[in-house]
Design a protein around this ligand. Structure first.
Ligand code: HAM
Length: 420
């Protein structure tokens, strides 16, 4: 029986993994410079955590969660995102004590039963970051800036930062009603989905993808024009900090995001090179979520980026050199050479040199072919003469140069040649 992977789920193969590791390493480096610490969270949680935080009427909760009863009868969901788990963990471990701004980041797989297409998977990886415990717009600015620094470090180009403000529990209810009355006028022109959204989640009408609805949405009232004084002031400050730092951005009044927990600033980073799934990253402020889960008042700001989309944007010039190649390939001719090589190979590897060898006792020609294929930097041929004399020929495969080294100086020579 031939079994294939599940639809919408993909293997990340060894040929690609160097890029993934590079992106992850860069995230660790940049995020820690901004004071973020890594947190590792469970891949599954109680279903209620997601349905209550992301919102009962969101697409994710209504149709995309992988939910099942475990053998004890608990309702479990494979995480569709990371923010809810961070909030759960923050409260559970009382990370609000002592009160201070806590900055966390995470990376790992998420699961959504969406219709698979280019850039959209059912298991996908995110890197996310959450700054918890401050309502200051400086946090919004800094977290977005960190993200842009990270994208720049990876050499990503032609990205757009789009921002919006969705208001807060003080101004959103009135805006929602204003929006609903405006939508009511167009109900018979809007798609079936938007007719349902009108009652339960009217803001989502603004980001409907149906062309006719998009035109109607242009004329609907936008949250940024219905903000209370505090929200307006915050949004102004975020913009003026971005202006001062010279960070380009666009205000996109239709950016409402698909998760219900957002308040005030929301943002996305998009790329024209991604096709229809053009968001590489999304996030924003969620000032009430910790309290909704019975934690202390903790305003938060965060984002998550999609790894598959990010990886697809990497310039091959930046990443060509990433795949690991052996420093040295040891060609063994005969049984005595294999035996002699055992400790030699081990000692070199232990000292930090990457060593490849042949496992099949092939001919000299076949071993050289393998060394070439692996693009080993050096080749050392080990035969009876070399074992007896304790002197080896080290061949630089790039230049073709050969040097003679003694057994004692092999490691030292390799080190100097590899770094030089
Ligand atoms: P999100 O917009 O649902 O936000 O997802 C963030 C990013 O994950 C998207 O911009 C996209 O790059 C990637 N992504 C989402 N779904 C898929 C999919 N099916 N296949 C491939 N990539 C996908 C969140 O998840 C929020 N938790 C972000 C956040 C953190 N907000 C505050 N803190």
């Amino acid at each position: 029986m031939k079994i294939q992977s599940v639809r919408g789920v993909k293997d990340i193969l060894p040929g690609e993994i160097a890029k993934w590791q590079w992106v992850e390493k860069t995230a660790h480096e940049i995020f820690s410079r901004y004071g973020f610490s890594e947190i590792r969270l469970p891949i599954f949680e109680k279903t209620a955590l997601f349905s209550r935080s992301i919102g009962e009427t969101s697409d994710i909760v209504e149709k995309e969660m992988y939910t099942f009863d475990d053998r004890g009868g608990d309702q479990i969901t494979l995480r569709p995102e990371g923010t809810a788990s961070v909030v759960r963990s923050y409260i559970q471990h009382k990370m609000y004590n002592p009160p201070s701004l806590l900055k966390l980041y995470y990376m790992g797989p998420m699961f959504r039963y969406e219709r698979p297409q280019a850039g959209r998977f059912r298991q996908f990886y995110q890197i996310g970051a959450e700054a918890m415990g401050s309502a200051s717009p400086l946090v919004d600015f800094e977290v977005m800036t960190m993200l842009i620094a990270f994208f720049n470090k990876l050499g990503l180009k032609d990205l757009r930062l789009e921002i919006n403000s969705l208001g807060c529990p003080d101004c959103r209810p009135a805006y929602r009603e204003t929006l609903k009355s405006a939508i009511r006028e167009h109900l018979d022109e809007l798609c079936g989905n938007c007719n349902q959204r009108y009652e339960r989640n009217p803001l989502r009408v603004l980001d409907c993808k149906v062309e006719k609805d998009r035109q109607i949405a242009e004329g609907l009232p936008k949250s940024k024009d219905h903000l209370c004084e505090v929200c307006q002031e915050n949004f102004n400050k975020v913009q003026s900090m971005l202006d001062t730092a010279g960070t380009p951005y666009n205000i996109n009044p239709k950016l409402v995001r698909g998760l219900d927990y957002y308040t005030r600033t929301t943002f996305e980073v998009t790329s024209e090179n991604l096709g229809s799934q053009n968001a590489i990253c999304g996030g924003g402020r969620y000032d009430s979520l910790v309290e909704e889960f019975e934690g202390p008042s903790t305003p938060c700001f965060g984002f998550a980026l999609g790894m598959e989309r990010l990886i697809s944007l990497l310039d091959s010039e930046e990443t060509d050199g990433l795949n690991s190649k052996p420093d040295i390939y040891i060609v063994c001719l005969g049984e005595a050479a294999v035996s002699h090589s055992l400790n030699m190979v081990h000692d070199l590897r232990y000292a930090g040199i990457s060593v490849e060898r042949d496992y099949e006792s092939g001919s000299m020609k076949s071993q050289m072919r393998k060394a070439n294929k692996m693009q080993a930097q050096f080749v050392l041929i080990l035969g009876d003469n070399e074992i007896q004399s304790g002197k080896y020929n080290l061949k630089n495969m790039d230049t073709g140069d050969q040097i003679e080294v003694s057994a004692n100086s092999l490691l030292e020579t390799l080190r100097s040649q590899l770094t030089g």
